[in-house]
Design a protein around this ligand. Sequence first.
Ligand SMILES: Cc1cc2nc3c(=O)[nH]c(=O)nc-3n(C[C@H](O)[C@H](O)[C@H](O)COP(=O)(O)OP(=O)(O)OC[C@H]3O[C@@H](n4cnc5c(N)ncnc54)[C@H](O)[C@@H]3O)c2cc1C
Length: 582
Amino acid sequence: MLVIGAGGAGMRAAIEASAAGAHVDVVCKSLLGKAHTVMAEGGIAAALGNVDPEDSWQAHFQDTMRGGQLINNWRMAELHARESPDRVYELETYGAIFDRTPDGRILQRAFGAHTYRRLCHVGDRTGLEMIRSLQDRIVQLGIEVHMEVTLTRLLKDGDRVVGAFGYNRIDGRFVAFRSKAVIIATGGWGRIYKVTSNSWEGTGDGVAMGFDAGAEVLDPEMVQFHPTGMVWPPGVRGILVTEAVRGEGGYLTNREGKRFMLEYDPKKKELSSRDVVARAIYKEVEAGRGTEHGGANLDVRHLGAEKIKKKLPSMYEQFLKLADIDITKDPMEIAPTIHYAMGGLRVEAETGATTLAGLYAAGEAAAGLHGANRLGGNSLSDLLVFGRRAGAAAGAYVREVGLGKIDERQVAGEQQILLLPLSADGRENTYLLQQQLQQAMQDGAGLAREEKSLKSCLDRILELRQRSARVHVPGSRKYNPGWHTARDLRFMLTIAEAIVRAAIERRESRGAHWRLDYLEKDPALGRVNFVAYNEGGHVKLKTRPVPEMPPELAKLFAETGPTSTASPPPAASPPKAQQVRR
Ligand SMILES: Cc1cc2nc3c(=O)[nH]c(=O)nc-3n(C[C@H](O)[C@H](O)[C@H](O)COP(=O)(O)OP(=O)(O)OC[C@H]3O[C@@H](n4cnc5c(N)ncnc54)[C@H](O)[C@@H]3O)c2cc1C
């Protein structure tokens, strides 16, 4: 079996499949132990009830569904809430050591829109501990990991996925895998935008590969803007400032020193859901109350230097090293940054099976759990719960099927796509096109969107797609980042088109999708998910009904009132954005 991706989802899937007796190969673009999972800071959400004994899987389920504005797959949210505690305890058996309560249990911290203190953490370096433990397990089990290999095409035998093809990043050699099943665990696509917390690896490869092969992409329009990314100096713009800063008691203030979240969400304040806080910052800036570089201040000075250095050591170092700011003495300047893709491959809740036989997906590359907005901490638990499930299901599948046939024409077709930029006498520069795409997405499909901006963004994407066929990259296949970028660009253009087409059609505001020309929710659109699919190489769109919750779960929402996490804007001078109406 082949697992593409060695973040938390890929590694957890590989462990489970290997335990089920499958021979597993894991492939990753960078080195084992890197990926976005290692960058995770704040924690893993799981209703252990160690700090707040009232917590329960039902409360976690409700928070997740409310955060997702009820377009989530309820079954995924249920499995996630029920199984996260076991997955966290299991991680301890792999060697993870979490921060502790005075009586020795796993300590849990508050996070945005979680009703109870629920995030198991290791200071602000939780992802490092998680990846270290999973990596140790992978090594113990003798699972083979192929590092610095980029896969670019799924290979099919009829309708079934039977392998994948790509290249070795170091010497450019082509690589092919023949396998009974493939699990996509390639993470998200933040790099499609200009300002992002994601690393160079986040170009949406796995989802685009699945799309090219005929799998469906669910909720592409739902792109999360984390409220707090660094803004200054320009070279660090977008780098994440973890929500743990607010979880530990940090305040957001505007240029006038006012704690504005008291007005936007008087109950949850800074710990409102990410979509609400990101919009609040945007509105403050639009209303002329932003900080010097177009953001807000995030202040922890009142917590005291000792607590800051103990609970937020990475943030202390990050600001000192990158911005020359001592956060025990000065506030951090922050602004929203593109952070997470709620959209991804459409999968079955129980198994992670996509709509293509032999193809599974887990982690950020899969969609459904988070709906219109992910709650902080729910990704790391997602990786463990659904990585395990995809690994188990794919492990069972490979026991039932034989190896498929590799179609040499598919391999030759992909080789041709890969080699074109080296041989073509085109004039287009791949880096320039990538930058233009990132700028177009930032401007047209960003935090605040409207029909006009989205349509001109779509035109730009289609134009860039044409120009991308004329890219020329100097040099050879030997470690050549320009050549790698040329292939990434094709993935990015596909995903960008899916995002924008779905964003145009969702004529309402819901969760992370904020339409300035449709400020309200449309109840009819609350009953559907948008799905992008491949028809003859073109991105097409359809809707699917949101899966209906069984009465015993639906009751949880009826009992506790409305589902909206949004809050009204402050009364003071209405921001420009709000004056644009339908
Ligand atoms: C700075 C930061 C802080 C975060 N903090 C938190 C937090 O505190 N709590 C939380 O729940 N979430 C957090 N998140 C989100 C969370 O870390 C990610 O959503 C999650 O780690 C994604 O895991 P994954 O396994 O799906 O993918 P990733 O960890 O992104 O791994 C993807 C893997 O796929 C490989 N890959 C990609 N494309 C290819 C290809 N074409 N061929 C071969 N291999 C490929 C990559 O090399 C990599 O190994 C944070 C994210 C960031 C960026």
